[in-house]
Ligand binder design. Structure first.
Ligand code: RFL
Ligand code: PHB
Length: 394
């Protein structure tokens, strides 16, 4: 027997994109359901983003989920770039007329969204398996899934594909409609989370002969560090000791000297990739977040790009349901993609400027060096960096 659920908006994926949209729509009385493949604990075990732009933080507040972020998150008005041993501060506030970013982990933010959904009795289904989309090019799309042995059909007006890069939603769009753009980088990031005091009060992006490194944090007692590694490396190749040794070698001497080391709580390798799928709408399916686009993490744009998708979708859905105006839905793909491509450009630029490319000809290496030298010597270039890092307007 199949159980039928009727709702307005069926959301596939219970990551930050899906949960945020669900919460915002529910607050406006727009009924919806979230279907998540994994358990809540599994979703919360993934260590990902750490830096939120101003616009994302605002959206969290609008979703009535900003309380803990405002209490525990750190406002950062700048970050450092280490250029082969010399530290340079990028003053975000100075270059943006007072703007900043919030350092607050994706894990905590997702937990806040889950808690808010539970408080409102929001429909969030975990371990929804075999999710399949039907009738996307009709006025009555539906989603089928299985939970244990029980089968369900969700009948809805719209389907939101917020199921990340590996989800089913994007794959449900016919191949002759979808255009995909991709760039794969020849390295990955090995990340370590450790219960240690962060080496610096602000982030350090480090460009060295040995490769890139990033010193980030989750709180004053929780550090997050990354080093660039070849794609052939595995987590097993890196003991904690080897990781700390390599990280120290990619930091200026005085920073390395004060690096507090400890056992890793989490250690993982993420390949670096840029990807965009166009269009972001097919019939009554709307893609949002990593389902439609991903960026290498260097510019801290991924989650922030998801936020602008959600902002546009939320407003388009409100206009549709509360004002009878569907123009926002019609414009969604073009509007979202315009901002998405700007985030792609910025992430590609930061990645290219700061990493060591094993097969770059010498000419390209010199250009890379001069790109950074120009940035560090030009107020105008720093204006541009800061404008993009704190987030372009939605
Ligand atoms: P997610 O988080 O991947 O969530 C998608 C959810 O969909 C579920 N799912 C399915 N559910 C049902 N049926 C299916 N068939 C399904 N297939 C998948 C998945 O289980 C999952 O729960 O996508 P979302 O919500 O769009 O959020 C995107 C962000 O997670 C991502 O952009 C960021 O983490 C990227 N990112 C960063 N972004 C920033 O803005 N600032 C940062 O500082 C930052 N740092 C990072 C990052 C990503 C990283 N990695 C690991 C790629 C650092 C790293 C290392
Ligand atoms: C993180 O803290 O995980 C982080 C911060 C900044 C980035 C990427 C990742 O650019």
């Amino acid at each position: 027997m199949t159980n039928t659920i009727k709702t307005k908006v069926g959301i596939v994926g219970g990551g930050p994109s899906g949960l945020m949209l669900s919460q915002l729509l529910d607050l406006k009385g727009i009924d919806n359901i979230v279907l998540e493949k994994h358990t809540r604990d599994y979703v919360l075990s993934r260590i990902r983003a750490g830096v939120l732009e101003h616009g994302f933080a605002e959206l969290m507040r609008e979703a009535q989920c900003g309380e803990r972020m405002d209490a525990e998150g750190e406002i950062h008005e700048g970050f450092y770039i280490n250029d082969g041993g010399t530290m340079h501060r990028m003053d975000l506030a100075k270059h943006t007329g007072g703007n900043s970013v919030v350092v607050y982990g994706q894990t905590e933010l997702t937990r806040d969204l889950y808690d808010a959904r539970a408080k409102m009795n929001g429909k969030v289904i975990h371990e929804a398996l075999d999710v399949t989309l039907h009738g996307l090019d009709t006025d009555s799309p539906s989603i089928t899934y299985r939970q244990g042995d029980e089968k369900f059909t969700v009948e809805c007006d719209f389907v939101i594909g917020a199921d990340g890069f590996h989800g089913v939603s994007r794959k449900s769009i016919p191949k002759d409609v979808l255009r995909e753009y991709e760039k794969v980088y020849p390295f990955g990031w090995l990340g370590v989370l450790s219960r240690t005091k962060p080496v610096n009060h602000e982030l350090i992006y480090s460009k060295t002969e040995r490769g890139f490194a990033l010193c980030s944090l989750r709180s004053q007692v929780l550090s997050r560090y990354y080093i660039q590694v070849p794609l052939t490396d595995t987590v097993e190749d890196w003991s904690d000791e080897a990781f700390w040794d390599e990280l120290k070698q990619r930091l200026p001497g005085e920073v390395a000297a004060r690096l507090e080391t400890g056992p890793s709580i989490e250690k993982s390798i993420a390949p670096l990739r840029s990807f965009v799928a166009e269009p972001m709408r097919y019939g009554n399916l709307f893609l949002a977040g990593d389902a439609a686009h991903i960026v290498p993490p260097t510019g801290a744009r991924g989650l922030n790009s998801a936020a602008s998708d959600i902002y546009y979708l939320y407003h388009a859905m409100m206009d549709h349901y509360l004002e009878g105006d569907s123009s926002g839905l019609d414009q969604y793909s073009a509007k979202a993609l315009a901002r998405v491509w700007k985030a792609q450009r910025f992430s590609w630029w930061m990645t290219t400027m700061l990493h060591k490319f094993p097969d770059h000809p010498e000419y390209d290496q010199r250009l890379q060096d001069i790109e950074l030298a120009y940035l560090l010597s030009s107020e105008a270039a720093q204006d541009s960096l800061a404008e993009n890092y704190v987030g372009l307007p939605f």
